[in-house]
Design a protein. Sequence first.
Length: 307
Amino acid sequence: MGSHYSLKYVQTEGVPPQERLQGEVEGLLSEVDQQMSTWRADSDLSRFNRLPAGACMPMPEPVLELVRLGVELSTASTGAFDLTVQPLMDLWGFGAQSRGHRLPADEEIAAVMPVIGQRHLRIADGRLCKDAAVRLDLDAIAAGAAVDRIAARLVELGVHSFLLEITGELKAVGRKPDGSPWIIAIEAPRDDRREEQLRLQLDGLGLSTSGDYRNYFEVGGKRYSHTFDPRTGRPVEHDLASVSVVDASVLRADGLSTMLMVLGAESGMAYAEREGVAALFIQRSGKSFVTRASPAFVARFGEPGSM
């Protein structure tokens, strides 16, 4: 995934030694990488992306599961969430194969829009098919899926207290040896320094944050982030700086945080309220930030100002 992972756990009786746990974790990460990476040419996903329009390819069930979730989130957001944005990522200089940020011309954006859209994908008998030369990018949900898979394996191995993080998506289970909970800090969406916005106590829950403050470039004083609206072919332009979603499924939290980030503060909050999503929205207001929490978030953690 071109990123990092970390695992902190409590070594209780029956927990395998560190060498075995590390081998198990890295074995699963290697499997995810082989299936879903856009950073390696021999992955299942990269081979599918090279296929022409009208082609089909047998795909591992974990990949098909993410495509199904992508269809669900795309439908729920009227196209704001989309797994076929890799051509746009490359065009603007954010993709794994990009050679630097750039501001493309309107004609260049229009040229790739015909191959953007999950409507071009279908699943048939364990095969993934495309009716246009689409290229999939699962980065919006692959890390969350990996966290869920590895967390489930850790529990099978007898690890019942751990904090697992993969490329920023994380899950906390159980408590530390002194009985205290795992405490997770949500970062303030600042691009000039690292600063804590608030802390959450998690047990059995995952957390995913999407934001525009780490991966972006500026031209003429205007910010262009790596979060794209696939309906326009351009980076989002609203004042939402970050969205954090808490859910038992890190896969869902990962996808929802991206979807809400694309929708923006108003439409995103409306969706979170309607669907009971525990979400924290941080908006820019001049040089400061305004924090808003969905009802489900407040019910679980309290008002942000009181944390």
